[in-house]
Design a protein around this ligand. Structure first.
Ligand code: NAD
Length: 420
């Protein structure tokens, strides 16, 4: 297993980051090994009948990094590039994220290697139902609670809930988070990650003395996270000058009208062709001057090649793992970029997922305002902890965030000891 995981570039990246933070913490070899490797790796085949009548077998995964601090929590991703190694890396990051945020969860991640853009709604539903059914022995509100990620949404979670609840014989709302409010989803969950990203950017602006009404932002990815980050930043008065998605990239010096762009994307399926901005090369967009650069799509888009060229004051890692370790070193050496590392920057999603799970267990419903206020309090606390630790220990923000998360997990594992 170790060999297979370490052959995957994304897992190697997560493991390298872990090793750096573990060195920093001077973790003993035994605790280090227990923290680093995932507890369970589950691979399944997901056969479905396509709309043309043919049967196609998809490959699905779920990795539960550890269960020492509570149930596993993490998203389910539908993307052609999903592999076991990538899912394991994402599960590991979720681990440190939950611990950093003080949430009683371990990290998990799931995925099916498929292209949701070419699947019909019915095919997506069949993949989701069969994947859930294959996962039945390994999930539950006290064991593993999934949520949306790239390529999945509230509807996907509703199908998962239906399969689980039908088998249980009663509604089990705590089996997933990020579900529709009508099924006891939480108010504020859909916008939580993007809202959190925008909120943390303003915290960083405050530290740097940047007035948000005079600031600009560039956002890569205009899905759930990118679009809500763009909306919230615009509402705060930040001018969003560049936005891209898988179809292409847009630029407008005067600021892109985010609401109009959302309507355009709803109509045509991508940002390309929007008449309120010029088109720009997506790679060029990333290196334009701005106050905040927000990668909100894929892993490893800030690389050795462009890390020296990006011209932002704040790099807000809305996506998971958007900066390669080589790029990380370059950014650390530059010291002119305020990094909000991914496990902090996009923690709004899992935090409101936690709120949703708590509401489900209590059969209670909070208002959107209550949810967002509680979210901002938790994010503010974590942001201050990370920046304070980095200052005191003279470390990067990435090492600070990872070290704070890993330390919590190490303490829990040490306290529980080894069984038998
Ligand atoms: P999504 O599927 O809703 O959106 C993804 C966006 O990325 C789409 O606009 C897509 O067109 C764009 N994209 C894909 N390939 C691209 C490319 N090559 N160049 C530019 N854009 C590209 O996904 P999401 O939920 O917004 O997730 C985005 C990232 O945020 C992922 O890394 C995910 O793991 C992370 N994340 C999501 C959540 C959440 O609550 N949804 C929480 C934490 C972290």
């Amino acid at each position: 297993m170790q060999k297979e995981l370490l052959e995957n570039d994304v897992f190697l990246m997560a493991a390298t980051q872990f090793d750096r933070a573990a060195d920093f913490l001077e973790l003993s070899q035994s605790v280090r090994e227990r923290c680093k490797w995932p507890k369970r790796l589950i691979s399944v085949t997901v056969p479905i009948q396509r709309d043309d009548g043919e049967t196609e077998v998809f490959f699905g995964y779920r990795v539960q990094h550890h269960l020492s601090r509570g149930p596993v929590k993490g998203g389910l991703r539908y993307h052609p590039g999903v592999t076991l190694g990538e899912v394991a890396a994402l599960a590991m990051w979720m681990n440190w994220k939950c611990a950093l945020m003080g949430l009683p969860f371990g990290g998990g991640k799931g995925g099916v290697a498929c292209d949701p853009r070419v699947l019909s709604i019915g095919e997506k539903e069949n993949i989701t139902r069969r994947y859930t059914s294959e996962m039945m022995p390994f999930i539950g509100p006290e064991v593993d609670v999934m949520a949306p990620d790239m390529g999945t949404d509230a509807q996907t979670m509703a199908w998962m809930l239906d399969v689980y609840s039908t088998n249980a014989g009663h509604l089990v709302p705590g089996i997933v988070t990020g579900k529709p409010v009508a099924l006891q989803g939480s108010e504020g969950r859909t916008q939580a990650t993007g809202h959190g990203v925008a909120f943390l950017i303003t915290r960083a602006f405050d530290k740097l003395g940047i007035n948000e009404c005079e600031a600009t932002a560039i956002i890569q990815g205009f899905g759930n996270v990118g679009s809500y980050a763009a909306r919230t930043l615009s509402r705060y008065g930040v001018k969003v000058t560049g936005i891209s998605d898988v179809t292409g990239a847009l630029w407008n010096d005067r600021g892109i009208d985010v609401e109009k762009l959302l309507t355009h994307v709803e109509r045509v399926g991508g940002v390309v062709g929007f008449d309120g901005a010029e088109s720009i090369d997506p790679d060029e967009m990333l290196i334009q001057p701005c106050d905040a650069l927000v990668p909100a799509a894929l892993e490893r888009v800030i690389t050795q090649t462009n890390a020296g060229k990006i011209q932002c004051k704040v790099l807000a890692e809305a996506a998971n793992g958007p900066t390669s370790p080589q790029a990380d070193t370059i950014i650390e050496e530059r010291s002119d970029i305020f990094l909000i590392p991914d496990i902090l920057c996009n923690a709004g999603g899992v935090t409101v997922s936690y709120f949703e799970w708590v509401q489900n267990l209590q059969r209670y419903q909070w208002t959107e305002q209550e949810v967002l206020t509680k979210l901002e309090t938790k994010l503010e606390t974590a942001f201050e902890k990370v920046t304070h630790f980095a200052k005191r220990e003279k470390s990067s923000h990435r090492v600070a965030a990872l070290a704070l998360g890993i330390k919590e997990v190490a303490i829990a594992k040490t306290a529980r000891g080894l069984y038998p």
